[in-house]
Design a protein around this ligand. Structure first.
Ligand SMILES: Nc1ncnc2c1ncn2[C@@H]1O[C@H](COP(=O)(O)OP(=O)(O)O)[C@@H](O)[C@H]1O
Ligand SMILES: [Mg+2]
Length: 336
């Protein structure tokens, strides 16, 4: 099923090229998907049914949950779609919406039903499906949980073209910010004698304590049957300023690299000094949307420059030293 070279550490190395930080989440997910696809392979050989380990990613907005899933689907070379739980809850016919999501998965697989049945479905904003949120004229969060539960367990779902897609081997990854979960966890904390321990045992207890327990999720508002389908839970951390700087500059397709390429196409070298990335990261931290605001801020800085550069064929280099001062235009044939 999986390419021979793919192991959990291979997956993590691949993810590292695009997703900054989030080491724990990367490892957990890599091990989970690796064993998932191994199990599928074995089950096909033995003609048995797999017990699936769907995954729950918990973490603030803009910290790389969707990015990691997308990147994961690329390294595994399986079809991938995302859906938003809130959109499902707002629709009148949740089953039709779910069917549409699965149809998109088949489309992503180029119409290949078998391929799509080994795909990954990412359902975001799962934390918005609280059982108590019964709004009029929309499906309640709880009934969406029930509908999702069925396909996560494995079901044959009829598609528009009368074919059936079997969801048994599809890996479902759910995501959400779960604001307020930490408060719930600190109250349900089972291992309170942490302060008297030292060294390794203390670290182990800290890890146990940072684990999200299914009961915490019930308290939050997910129904027990639903959390029961999400045995693997991992957390995404808030991005530090330093990580935001790395996100702009390090990944293969980083914002900086993207814009350097745009300038290169104009025959111009773009040089942005490290301080500028720090300044952008500081603003982004204030916006509290993780890495989401980085691109917008960077574009605001660059757009006025990109406006003048095509009219200035003598410019060969643009140097930006601060967010708050004008860039330096280096012109051909003149000393710097
Ligand atoms: N850890 C990260 N490493 C690299 N880029 C990131 C990271 N987190 C967020 N980003 C950037 O921010 C954008 C939004 O991230 P996304 O994965 O959609 O966040 P989430 O799904 O957690 O809300 C991504 O497209 C990516 O450019
Ligand atoms: Mg997302």
């Amino acid at each position: 099923m999986l390419n021979e070279t793919i192991t959990p550490s291979y997956i993590v190395k691949y993810l590292d090229q695009y997703v900054i930080g989030q080491e724990e989440a990367k490892k957990t997910v890599a091990v989970t998907v690796y064993s998932h696809f191994k199990k599928i392979g074995r089950a096909e050989a033995d003609r048995t049914v797999i017990t699936k380990s769907n995954v729950l990613l918990i973490g603030p907005t803009g910290t790389g949950k969707t990015l990691m899933c997308e990147t994961l689907s690329r390294v595994l070379d399986v079809p991938f779609v995302t859906a938003e739980a809130t959109a499902l809850a707002q629709s009148r016919y949740v089953n039709e919406e779910i069917e549409a999501v699965l149809q998109r998965l088949v489309d992503k697989a180029g119409g290949d039903l078998v391929k799509s049945q080994n795909g990954i479905v990412f359902i975001d904003e799962i934390d918005k499906l609280k059982a108590t949120d019964g709004q009029p004229r929309s499906v309640s969060g709880e009934s969406v949980q029930h509908a999702l539960l069925k396909i996560m367990e494995g079901a044959a779902v009829k598609l528009g073209d009368d074919r059936y897609i079997d969801t048994t081997n599809i890996l479902f990854i759910c995501g959400g910010a779960f604001v307020g979960l930490d408060d719930i966890m600190s109250q349900s904390n089972a291992y309170k004698y942490i302060s008297i321990l030292k060294g390794d045992s203390r670290q182990m207890l800290q890890r146990l304590n940072s684990r999200v327990k299914p009961t915490d999720l019930f308290t939050f508002g997910l129904i027990p049957e639903f959390t029961g389908r999400l045995p693997v839970i991992t957390r995404f951390q808030e991005l530090s300023k330093q990580m935001l700087v790395r996100i702009m500059t390090e990944p293969k397709n980083s914002i900086y690299e993207l814009f350097r390429q745009i300038f290169r196409n104009e025959g111009v070298e773009l040089a942005v000094e490290p301080k500028v990335f720090e300044q952008i990261a500081e603003l982004a931290v204030e916006y509290k949307t993780g890495a989401r605001s980085l691109r917008g801020i960077f574009e605001e800085l660059i757009t006025p420059i990109l406006y003048v550069v095509p009219d200035s064929p003598d410019v060969e280099k643009v140097v930006i030293t601060s967010l708050f001062t004008d860039p330096t235009y280096v012109r051909k044939g003149r000393a710097q």
